[in-house]
Design a protein around this ligand. Structure first.
Ligand SMILES: Cc1cc2nc3c(=O)[nH]c(=O)nc-3n(C[C@H](O)[C@H](O)[C@H](O)COP(=O)(O)OP(=O)(O)OC[C@H]3O[C@@H](n4cnc5c(N)ncnc54)[C@H](O)[C@@H]3O)c2cc1C
Length: 385
């Protein structure tokens, strides 16, 4: 077959998003479907590390933002946007049910010390929110918790509870975001890895070569997960993200019903239990470790002894996209206005915010001041040229 040598025609868009994981797809969805911008979504493909295909599926608020109340507010805003996102996707993506359930959630404590530490954490988060935002939570003792969660193990001494928490089917979410984007006229381009040296940046004028063709737009969003670290400097941005491994176990379907998710155990719509998820600093290493899997399963069985009876059917590991302080990073380039970056390790939880709050900001050309504390400037990094 003859190789194609002639340069392919330059394709002009209102916006380019690099990276078709949960973060890029949610933003692209918001730009194309919400803001009506002609958007190209350039995605590297199956060789990439993809947190979006290996996560746990929580839409989780209660553990987010200790010492960083702005992150708690952003997360809560996202959880509040989620029902509208789910409804929008059901309408646009041929009725795809992304499985959103927001019944509240609990963090189980297996010792008195864990309970006390959790209580202190939750109290601090409420204090940090102040009266205006508030933070609705309760520490629940063992007796009441047993009524809420039948089958709870004797080792569980209590839990923290908030009404904000929930879960969804992350693969259906990813699929629905892509499907709705394409049905609305968005250009999804697979196998289109973008190399920093193939990008040209000028204020509100960007061209990247990917998939053998040039793509141009006055706005560009770097949402390539771990790939952002290499791309960002080319656009006068910084994305100091590192991989953090997490392992997940999935059981056969259970006849018991878990009425709400916990931080590390949730029941899928189909009835399987998902158990997770570790936090391992091992670089770009996707191997699974039996010792870690044992630990995950042991804690789940202490929480709900009936889980011991279930067979584990699947297990995997995936790499989180982690900033040095664990918070998201959002920026617009000062040197090249129109270039944005978005990085986070809670892409399911934040999908509501990314599609419905962040994308309109990008369309308008300015990030809301509420995101200022989430700029990479907090690391005092100096963006490379
Ligand atoms: C074990 C585990 C459990 C998790 N549990 C939860 C949870 O319960 N709730 C929650 O909210 N979050 C959870 N997360 C985090 C969530 O999965 C991530 O925040 C989210 O998937 C990040 O999405 P992303 O799009 O930034 O990155 P990715 O999913 O990694 O996607 C990056 C995309 O960019 C593309 N790409 C990369 N480089 C380039 C390039 N140079 N050019 C073009 N394209 C490129 C890739 O092809 C890929 O499609 C979990 C993560 C892990 C690993």
């Amino acid at each position: 077959m003859a190789m194609e040598t002639a340069p392919r025609r330059r394709r002009e868009f209102d916006a380019i998003v690099i990276g078709g994981g949960l973060v890029g797809a949610a933003i692209a969805h918001g730009l194309q479907c919400g803001a009506g911008l002609a958007t190209a979504l350039l995605d590297e493909g199956d060789v990439a590390y993809r947190a979006s295909r290996g996560n746990f599926g929580l839409v989780w608020v209660q553990s987010k933002g200790l010492g960083a109340p702005w992150y708690q507010r952003w997360t809560r805003a996202s959880a509040a946007e989620w029902p509208a996102l789910a409804a929008d996707l059901a309408a646009r993506a041929a009725g795809t049910d992304v499985g959103l359930r927001q019944p509240g959630g609990v963090h189980l404590c297996l010792s008195g010390q864990e309970f006390e530490e959790r209580a202190a954490r939750m109290a601090q988060m409420r204090a940090e929110q102040g009266n205006a935002a508030g933070f609705d939570y309760r520490m629940i003792g063992a007796a009441e918790l047993r009524d809420m969660l039948p089958g709870l193990g004797p080792r569980v001494v209590g839990a923290s509870w908030t009404p904000y928490d929930g879960h969804a089917n992350p693969l259906r979410l990813l699929h629905a975001l892509h499907r709705a984007f394409v049905l609305a006229g968005g250009a999804y381009v697979p196998n289109a890895g973008v190399a920093a040296e193939d990008c040209r940046a000028a204020p509100r004028d960007f061209t990247v070569v990917a998939g053998g063709a040039p793509w141009a737009a006055p706005r560009i969003v770097l949402a390539a997960g771990l790939g952002n670290a290499a791309l960002a400097p080319r656009f006068g941005l910084a994305a100091p993200v590192r991989p953090q491994r997490g392992q997940v176990l999935v059981t056969e379907r259970a006849r018991e019903l878990l009425p709400m998710p916990t931080t590390t155990i949730r029941q899928t719509q189909e009835g399987s239990l998902m158990m997770g998820d570790s936090q391992e600093e091992v670089g770009f290493d996707l191997r699974q470790k039996p010792a870690v899997m044992r630990e995950i399963a042991a804690r789940a069985v202490l929480s709900f002894p009936w889980i011991a009876r279930l067979n584990i059917l699947r297990a995997w590991s995936a790499l989180r996209v982690m900033a040095p302080d664990g918070l998201p990073i959002y920026d617009q380039s000062e040197r090249f206005p129109g270039a944005f970056t978005a990085n986070c390790h809670s892409g399911v939880t934040l999908a509501g915010a990314h599609a419905r709050l962040l994308a309109p900001m990008i369309a308008r050309g300015a990030l809301d001041p509420m995101l200022d504390p989430l700029s990479a400037r907090r690391f005092d990094v100096h963006a490379a040229a």
